[in-house]
Design a protein around this ligand. Structure first.
Ligand SMILES: *Cc1c(COP(=O)(O)O)cnc(C)c1O
Length: 394
C-alpha cells in the first residue's frame, strides 16, 4: 500500500504510541485528583503542554486541550462571536476555509451575525486588499486558515495579523494543516487564537488544542468541571494529550530537515505529473504551499473514478477534502480559485508523510499516467476534444 492521504490523517508514529502506552493501563489516574498517583498524570499533561506551546512560541497556560481541530475552530469562532456581540456582529473569513470554520460561520449567520467571505486569487491566496476593505466598525473577528487542506496554499499570516492588530480585531487561524509542518510564531504573526489537531502530525485522533492569547477573554465552549483553567471542561484525555505532546516535540525537533525532504519529494512529484500527463494542472501556489501537499486537476477525468482505480493498485489518495467526497458538488476551494466545474471534478490530492519515498512517488505517477490515459480513452468528451484539435492542426 502507498498511503498519500496524510492531509486527511497520519499514522501514529511509533515513538508517539510508546509515549502514550503507560497512560492507558498503568498511569490511568484522573490528572485532577489529589493523591500522588494522579500527580504523575498531571505532570505528563503539563510536560505535553510545554512541548505543544513551544512549537508556536506560546506560553503553556495559553494552550487549551480540546477533542480536535473541529472543536477548536467551533470554540474560537462561536466564543469570539459571543464575546464581541456588544461591539458588533460582523465576521470576516475566506471562501476556502475548512468546513469546521465555514459551517460555523453559516450557523452564526442564522443567529443574526453577518459574515464577509473574502475571495482568494487563482493560487488560493487571500486578497489582502479585499480583506482590508471588508473591515467595518462592527467587525469583531477575522478567521483565516494558516494553510489550506485541499490545495496546500499557505496564507500571508503576517500581513493578516498586522491588519487585524491595527484594526483592534481578534485574529483566529485554523492551523490544523500547518502546525508542526511549517514554522509558526503566534507573537510574530499577531495571532490571538490558533487551532491545531493531533492526528495531522503523527499523533492520535480525538485530541487537539486551541491557543488563546493571554488577555483574550472568550468564554468557555464546554461547560462543566474546572479543567483547563475552567475554560474547557471534561476529564483530561491523558493518553491523547501525552501523544500530542510527543508528536509536537518530534515535529519541532526535525522540522527543517523534514520540510526540506518533503519539499524535494513534492516538487519531484509535481514536475513528473505536469510533464508526463497531458492536460494536467497544479492547484495552489507553486512555492507558498505545504511541503507535503500536491494537488492536481486532470481535464476530462472524474476524480472519483481516478481514486477508485488508484485504490485498486493500493494507492490511497483523495480528490480534495474527506468532507466533500461522497457529494457530487465539486470542492468549494477549487471553485474559489476559479476553476470551471468540469475541471474541478477531475481533482486529485496527494499528501506525503515523513516516510514517503521517491519509489512511492514514481510508482504513483506511473499509475496515474496509465489510469488517466485509460479513463480518457473511454471519454466521449476527450474524443471530441482531440478531434477538434486535430482539425485545428490541419
Ligand atoms: C482536519 C482539519 C480540521 C479538523 O480537525 P479534526 O481534528 O479532524 O476535527 C480542521 N481544519 C483543517 C484545515 C483540517 O485539515
Amino acid at each position: 500500500m502507498i498511503y498519500l492521504d496524510n492531509a486527511a490523517t497520519t499514522r501514529v508514529s511509533g515513538e508517539v504510541f510508546e509515549a502514550m502506552k503507560p497512560y492507558f493501563c498503568e498511569q490511568y489516574a484522573n490528572p485532577s485528583a489529589i493523591y500522588s498517583f494522579a500527580g504523575k498524570s498531571m505532570k505528563a499533561v503539563d510536560e505535553a503542554r510545554r512541548s505543544i506551546a513551544g512549537l508556536i512560541g506560546a506560553q503553556p497556560n495559553e494552550i487549551y486541550f480540546t477533542a480536535g481541530g473541529s472543536e477548536s475552530d467551533n470554540w474560537a469562532v462561536k466564543a469570539a462571536a459571543e464575546l464581541g456581540r456588544t461591539k458588533g456582529k460582523h465576521i470576516i473569513t475566506s471562501t476556502i476555509e475548512h468546513h469546521a470554520v465555514l459551517h460555523t460561520c453559516q450557523y452564526l449567520e442564522r443567529q443574526g451575525y453577518e459574515v464577509t467571505y473574502v475571495n482568494v486569487d487563482e493560487y488560493g491566496v487571500i486578497k489582502l486588499d479585499e480583506l482590508e476593505a471588508a473591515i467595518r466598525p462592527d467587525t469583531i473577528l477575522i478567521t483565516v486558515m494558516a494553510a489550506n487542506n485541499e490545495i496546500g496554499t499557505i496564507q500571508p499570516l503576517r500581513e493578516i495579523g498586522a491588519i487585524a492588530k491595527k484594526s483592534g480585531i481578534l485574529f483566529h487561524t485554523d492551523a490544523v494543516q500547518a502546525y508542526g509542518h511549517i514554522p509558526l510564531d503566534v507573537d510574530e504573526l499577531n495571532i490571538d487564537m490558533l487551532s491545531a489537531s493531533g492526528h495531522k502530525i503523527y499523533g492520535p485522533k480525538g485530541i487537539g488544542f486551541l491557543y488563546i492569547r493571554k488577555g483574550v477573554r472568550i468564554g468557555s465552549f464546554v461547560h462543566g468541571g474546572a479543567q483547563e483553567r475552567s475554560r474547557r471542561a471534561g476529564t483530561h484525555n491523558t493518553p491523547g494529550i501525552v501523544g500530542m505532546g510527543a508528536a509536537a516535540k518530534l515535529a519541532g525537533d526535525g522540522l527543517a530537515e523534514r520540510m526540506a525532504k518533503e519539499t524535494a519529494l513534492r516538487d519531484h512529484l509535481i514536475r513528473r505529473v505536469l510533464t508526463e500527463i497531458p492536460y494536467s494542472r497544479l492547484n495552489g501556489h507553486e512555492t507558498d504551499r505545504l511541503p507535503n501537499n500536491a494537488s492536481f486537476c486532470f481535464r476530462f477525468i472524474e476524480g472519483e473514478s481516478l481514486l477508485i482505480l488508484l485504490d485498486q493498485q493500493g494507492i490511497c489518495a483523495s480528490s480534495g477534502s474527506a468532507c466533500t467526497s461522497g457529494s457530487l458538488e465539486p470542492s468549494h476551494v477549487l471553485l474559489a480559485i476559479g476553476l470551471p466545474h468540469e475541471t474541478a471534478h477531475g481533482s486529485l490530492r496527494l499528501t506525503l508523510s515523513e516516510e514517503t519515498t521517491v519509489e512511492d512517488i514514481d510508482l504513483t505517477v506511473e499509475a496515474i499516467a496509465k489510469i488517466v490515459e485509460r479513463l480518457r480513452s473511454m471519454s466521449p468528451l476527450y474524443e471530441d476534444f482531440v478531434k477538434q484539435n486535430q482539425k485545428k492542426e490541419v
